[in-house]
Each structure stands twice: as structure tokens, then as C-alpha cells.
Design a protein around this ligand. Structure first.
Ligand SMILES: *Cc1c(COP(=O)(O)O)cnc(C)c1O
Length: 386
């Protein structure tokens, strides 16, 4: 089977991990710091806080921005469930802004309308979490302008988008957001096994994130809230926190993979260019490239164009599987999950997301995809749509 995505591990990666295993630090230590510094300088952000997953990063980001019971957090329905769950962890309500049918990102017009409406009802969101679907950035300047008008905070879920650009700045620079979250899960652009990071330019937010990452415990006497004892072993728990630390074993893999980030994005783009060229005659809707962003091409999503073919998405997916191509769907609209339905969400809530869900499929795109396998995917799609 040709998967839709797969990590690539080199001998350098393996050596880097083995070096940590032979060192004094296994848990958060010098490699974690080095990984944070590398990402910070690549993304052009002032602070980076490495954690054990993007899910953890989303959770503590919500907490660091003060999300709690009675608050509302808005995100896109076409995302992994973690983008919404983070608000639920904090006891907040989640709501969904329908997608733009061209970029598959949160629709700015829908967001604007929903904010106007929420203002009248006195139910404005505390935080909005735009998701850079497939690796293509949302139009952040516009979302930022709305945040200034309506007073909400922004967490970018850039799990798909390390290595992408928005208006010539790297995604992660937090130019138009309070926090940006990255994922290093193996299917993403680079991996640390499991892992995530929160980036911010705000020193206060960075301090809160560090406390939340590690039990609410500080060793900085200036941060201590009761009289410090001025002993080297002194530590104080000044808030509640978690154990969300990244280990140095994971960080070493991440550091090693960072060296190939640009090369990986370039390969992904080349694969996308080839698909763009070879699939354009098929009865499908091709990915559209917004002019304000260079995608990291985490996913290559095509949509069956039912104006031009009678073939249905599910038939095509089955046919592809039978020919050895593990195409899949990203994502089921989050509010259609039984858990969110139990909170009252109903079918039909976000029509564009549901239409997308009934037509879309992700086809293989990853650095190790050979030219031969890519042509195999193209040939299989041609057959499946015939
Ligand atoms: C993968 C992913 C996450 C979760 O990442 P983990 O590192 O696995 O916790 C969150 N949001 C989006 C959009 C993702 O694709």
C-alpha cells in the first residue's frame, strides 16, 4: 500500500537519538533547548516552548490565554479533533466557523458575520483558533484585524504548516497571533516521534506556558510567590500545571530533522506541482493556491467534482484502496463526532464543511514518495474515475 504520508528517518537521525541515550539527560535537557532555539530562529519568534504533543501545546496555550468555564473558543470544523478539544479541557464551549470552499481554511466572511452576531448577543469568543489546513496559511492579517475589533486572542494551529510562509514571513512568527502551535507527529512535515511546540512573542505568555508545561513549578527566585529560601535546591509550585515536557530523546530527533525541513517542503511542493500537472484533466477540483501563502504541502486534497462525474467519493476511495493507494479523508467535520453531537451540534451546521467532507480525499504526498509510486497514484486515480 502507498500511504498518504510517512516519516523519513535517516542514519543521522538515528545517531542523534543514540547520542542522547548515551548521555546524562533523557528527559527535558540540552537537546530540548536546542530544538526550541532552532525552531525559534527558523520561525522568527521570540519564545518557543517544546512539549510532548501539539495537543498539549494547544491545551496550555488556551490556559495561558485565560480560557476557562463560561468562555467560548472558535475553530474550524475541518481539522483534527485536538483543535477543538483543547477548549473543552479548560471547561470552555467550542463553536465552529464554516470553511472557505477554495482554501478549506476558516472562512473570513463567515467569521466576520458570526462575530457581528455574537457581539449583539454578548457572546464573543475569548480565543479563535485558525487552522492552516494542508499547510496553507489562513489570511492571518484579516483575522488579526478582526481580533483587534472584537477583542479576542488568536492561537494559530500550524500543525500542518511548519516550513510554510505567509506574506514572506515564516508561519510561526506570530506576527498576527498570540501563540502558534506546531506538531511533530510522524505524519507531519518533520517529526520528533511525538512532540509539539508553542511559539509566542509575548514574554508573559511564554512564562505561563513554561509553568503549565511542568507542574506549575518554578526554580526562578524572582517568580516565587512566597519568600524564597535562597538554596540551590529550592523550588516552588506557584500555579497548577502538568507534565507535558518533551524528552531529549524526542528533541534530538527533531533537531536532526530540522536540517532537512526546507528540503522536505521543496520535495512536497515538487510532488504537488506534478499532481497539478498530471491530474488537471480529471473530473476533480484541484487544490487552489492562495497568493498570500506558500504552502508546506502537508496534504494534497482533491475533491470529486460531481458536476463532471457520477463516481462518488466513497467508490473512488475503495477503488484506490483496491489498487494499493491508501487515500483517505481529512477530516470528518469535528462537530459530527458523537462527542460533539452529544453537546448539541447537528448535521447541517456548517454546509461548506459537510460538502467538502463528502467530496474530498487526501492522496499520497511525503518526502519518500518515489516518482514511480506517484505515477502509480495518478494511474490509479485515472482508472478509479473512469
Ligand atoms: C496532528 C494535529 C494536531 C495534533 O497534533 P499532536 O502532535 O498529534 O498532538 C492538532 N491539530 C491539527 C490540525 C493536526 O493535524
Amino acid at each position: 500500500m502507498i500511504p498518504y504520508g510517512r516519516q523519513q528517518i535517516t542514519d543521522d537521525d538515528i545517531e542523534a537519538v543514540v547520542r542522547v541515550l548515551n548521555s546524562n539527560y533523557l528527559t527535558q535537557g540540552p537537546y530540548t533547548q536546542f530544538f526550541e532555539q532552532k525552531i525559534m530562529s527558523y520561525c522568527n519568534a521570540r519564545y518557543a516552548i517544546a512539549v510532548n504533543s501539539a495537543t498539549s501545546a494547544l491545551h496550555i496555550s488556551c490556559l495561558a490565554l485565560g480560557v476557562g468555564v463560561g468562555d467560548s473558543v472558535w475553530t474550524s470544523p475541518i481539522t483534527f479533533v485536538a483543535s477543538a478539544n483543547c477548549a473543552r479541557y479548560c471547561g470552555a464551549d467550542v463553536d465552529f466557523v464554516d470553511i472557505d470552499p477554495h482554501s478549506y481554511n476558516m472562512c473570513i466572511d463567515k467569521l466576520t458575520e458570526k462575530l457581528e452576531c455574537a457581539e449583539k448577543l454578548n457572546k464573543l469568543p475569548k480565543v479563535v483558533i485558525p487552522v492552516h489546513m494542508c499547510g496553507q496559511s489562513c489570511d492571518m492579517a484579516k483575522i488579526f484585524a478582526l481580533s483587534q475589533k472584537y477583542g479576542f486572542k488568536i492561537i494559530e494551529d500550524a500543525s500542518h504548516a511548519i516550513g510554510a510562509k505567509y506574506l514572506n514571513n515564516p508561519v510561526g512568527s506570530c506576527q498576527y497571533s498570540d501563540i502558534t502551535v506546531l506538531s511533530f507527529h510522524p505524519v507531519k512535515i518533520i517529526t520528533s516521534g511525538e512532540g509539539g511546540m508553542a511559539l509566542t512573542n509575548n514574554v508573559e505568555i511564554s512564562k505561563r506556558l513554561k509553568l503549565l508545561r511542568s507542574h506549575g513549578v518554578t526554580r526562578e527566585s524572582l517568580e516565587m510567590t512566597s519568600q524564597p529560601m535562597e538554596e540551590t535546591w529550592q523550588y516552588q509550585q506557584i500555579s497548577i500545571g502538568y507534565n507535558y515536557r518533551m524528552t531529549d530523546i524526542h528533541a534530538a530527533l527533531g533537531v536532526s530533522q530540522m536540517d532537512r525541513l526546507d528540503a522536505y517542503v521543496a520535495i512536497r511542493k515538487r510532488i504537488a506541482d506534478t499532481y497539478d500537472c498530471k491530474l488537471k484533466e480529471l473530473p476533480i477540483i484541484m487544490p487552489q493556491r492562495a497568493d498570500y501563502t506558500n504552502s508546506a504541502w502537508h496534504l494534497y486534497v482533491i475533491r470529486i467534482d460531481n458536476d463532471r462525474t457520477d463516481r462518488r467519493q466513497k467508490e473512488v476511495l475503495h477503488a484506490l484502496h483496491n489498487m494499493g493507494v491508501a487515500a483517505t479523508i481529512h477530516y470528518i467535520p469535528v462537530y459530527r463526532q458523537p462527542y460533539y453531537e452529544s453537546l448539541g451540534y447537528k448535521k447541517g451546521y456548517c454546509p461548506q464543511a459537510e460538502r467538502y467532507f463528502s467530496e474530498a480525499m487526501s492522496i499520497p504526498i511525503f518526502p519518500g514518495l518515489s516518482e514511480k509510486d506517484q505515477l502509480e497514484v495518478v494511474g490509479s486515480l485515472e482508472k478509479a474515475l473512469r
